[in-house]
Write a protein that binds this ligand. Structure first.
Ligand code: SF4
Length: 358
């Protein structure tokens, strides 16, 4: 089947295909000029590269996120275009047949996608096909052309498995511990967003290198801004309207910082690009951000719904949860500018007299 025969089967015209590529490259902040190149790279991707998608200690949430999309969505299209040769959850083959597919793909120039964290200490659990996942991951990572860790678990060993006594680590840490010097692109969030995965793969196929990454090896295009800076509840934050009672309808849209929101310390594009084909995201659904794109998730950020004792606010500095409403709301009410708020707040909030002055 030819490249665009495949798209035709999906009911997608070449025009739609180019529009899809343009939208994806725009999301990455790439210039329009690159669209033909990206489209061409993607057409080549129809011939492949093959993908091995390994799952360690996970809930398959990232797989669900990637495949639970409207039909035919950009996510589905591109995931279909990639030749996912081995994926324990969605592949039709099982047993020896799936093992043969895995072994055959190892001999090719494949992309390795890893979902789930890895037990670092013992090879007693997380076995796949009778072999420890840890050994499978090392084997595949050594041969892969690029390694992409998706979701919080694979990225940093964070997430629920990492919160228990499993010795869970992320892919990069495991490889480092094994003395394997290969870069890993981290795409955290619980689960990963299809747009993030697709955009990263598209960039790699186009340029044959990783996009610009931050200090946690996350693409800056997706993890370069604070959720707090783009949050739809930011106006309430500035006005000092903080939700304290879940049952009070007046507070329904208020800022969730006193309910444990980690938005002020979480770098993600969640407010701009929502899950499930832009259906929704945590804060819009009424839940505080749990900081799942950060390496401190889950242990460092729990309990998720409890207010944080001390946190940092942009332009203000470190404050504690009991005084945040006072500082921001009070300062706004008397018309203080952001700089003056910062000056007033930083280092002085423990001072009861100063609070009374304000
Ligand atoms: Fe939004 Fe959370 Fe920031 Fe409030 S604290 S504005 S809910 S990100």
């Amino acid at each position: 089947m030819g490249n665009f025969d495949l798209l035709n089967v999906k009911g997608v015209s070449r025009r739609d295909f180019i529009k899809l590529v343009a939208a994806t490259t725009a999301a990455l902040g790439l210039p329009e000029l690159i669209v033909p190149k990206a489209a061409s790279a993607l057409e080549q991707a129809l011939k492949k590269p093959p993908v091995i998608w390994l799952e360690g200690m996970d809930c398959t949430g990232c797989t669900e996120s990637a495949i639970s999309t409207l039909n035919p969505s950009p996510a589905e299209l591109i995931l279909d275009m990639l030749s996912i040769r081995y994926h324990e959850t969605i592949m039709a083959a099982s047993g020896h047949t799936s093992e043969e597919a895995y072994q055959a793909t190892l001999k090719e120039n494949f992309v390795l996608v890893v979902e789930g964290s890895c037990p670092s200490k013992e090879d007693r659990f997380c076995m796949v096909g009778g072999r420890p996942f840890r050994k499978i991951l090392i084997e595949a990572a050594q041969k892969a052309q690029v390694i992409i860790a998706i979701g919080s678990c694979a990225s940093e060993g964070a997430g629920i498995p990492g919160a228990c006594a499993t010795g869970a680590v992320g892919v990069a840490e495991l490889l480092r511990n094994e003395g394997i010097n290969k870069p890993v692109i981290n795409l955290p969030c619980c689960p990963v967003k299809p747009t993030t995965l697709i955009g990263t793969i598209l960039y790699y196929l186009t340029y044959q290198k990783a996009p610009a990454l931050d200090s946690q090896n996350r693409p800056i295009a997706y993890y370069g801004s604070l959720l707090h800076d783009n949050c739809p509840r930011r106006g309430h934050f500035e006005n000092g309207n903080y939700l304290t009672d879940w049952n009070d309808p007046i507070q329904k849209e208020y800022c969730l910082i006193l309910k444990g929101c980690k938005g002020p310390k979480t770098y993600t594009d969640c407010a701009q690009v929502w899950w499930n084909d832009n259906a929704n995201f945590c804060i819009n659904a009424g839940s505080p951000c749990s900081g799942c794109s950060e390496k401190d998730f889950y242990n460092g950020f729990s309990p998720l719904y409890a207010k944080q004792e001390i946190f940092k606010l942009p332009g203000i500095g470190h404050v504690d949860a009991d005084t945040v409403g006072f500082v921001v709301g009070g300062a706004a009410a008397i018309g203080l500018g952001a700089h003056l708020i910062a000056t007033a707040a930083s280092g002085r909030l423990g001072n009861k007299d100063h609070k009374e002055d304000m």
